[in-house]
Design a protein around this ligand. Sequence first.
Ligand SMILES: Cc1ncc(C[n+]2csc(CCOP(=O)(O)OP(=O)(O)O)c2C)c(N)n1
Ligand code: SF4
Length: 288
Amino acid sequence: MATFKDFRNKVKPNWCPGCGDFSVQAAIQRAAANVGLEPENLAVISGIGCSGRISGYINAYGLHGIHGRALPIAQGVKLANRDLTVIASGGDGDGFAIGMGHTVHAIRRNINITYIVMDNQIYGLTKGQTSPRSGEGFKTKSTPEGSIESTLSPLEVAIAAGATFVAQSFSSDLKQLTSLIEQGIQHEGFSLINVFSPCVTFNKVNTYDWFKENIINLDTVEGYDPTNRLAAMTKLMETGSMITGLIYQNKEKKSYENLVHGFSQEPLAHQSLALSQADFDNLVAEFR
Ligand SMILES: Cc1ncc(C[n+]2csc(CCOP(=O)(O)OP(=O)(O)O)c2C)c(N)n1
Ligand code: SF4
């Protein structure tokens, strides 16, 4: 049986020392081993950004895709081979700015993949511009007088869009993060896990200490019921989304693969896709 070490490869991450993304990498490797996967059972598909490099740092199938397009690629992989566990990953710019349309539709589609967003509330790779997750008044080179736009609350959007699994964690809490990724992988549908993953180089506001002071861990909130959609939305709105843990899960809704008409139980990846000579001749005849 594989251990987390089997999900390591020889590529040395070029993230800045202290970047929150190191913990996300470690948590994915641990969670994959803990749920009994082998490297050949896993595909990690990422977008573009510092966080997007993660697919290159994990020993599994992987694809470092296009900015904002991790989810279309990941959904294609899952539909072609439902036997693979598919993790999509990227930054808050990737998933909640340029890729937000894909995020909303993947959520409502409820396709069985796990989407891990490394939310540092800034664009890291391009040297620190304001993202939709930056706070109002946040000053960067792209908003020198402070951001005048409302901060996006993607987890509220997710619940409104019909999400069946919504969780949030923090890079400093490897135990909780690993457990939530395990639960996300085991969830039969789309799981969204937003991770507060500090950018130590460009974001001097939302630091490790700032998150520690502002986060409420739902594990410490007595009586919180993650199956109650309205309570989940209320908690997000009350706290400005500064909660970690399993926020909402609906185990009743079937995943996309189980609903789509005619979808074969046998993965496309294992089927012969060649046309028979007779089918080919008929097709050509239609265009004569
Ligand atoms: C289509 C397209 N638009 C813009 C860019 C430039 N770009 C690369 S990464 C990035 C944003 C990075 O921020 P985020 O997704 O939050 O990831 P982080 O680097 O913070 O991990 C942008 C705007 C690009 N590569 N492709
Ligand atoms: S710039 Fe920020 S997000 Fe990018 S590797 Fe460095 S600390 Fe991480």
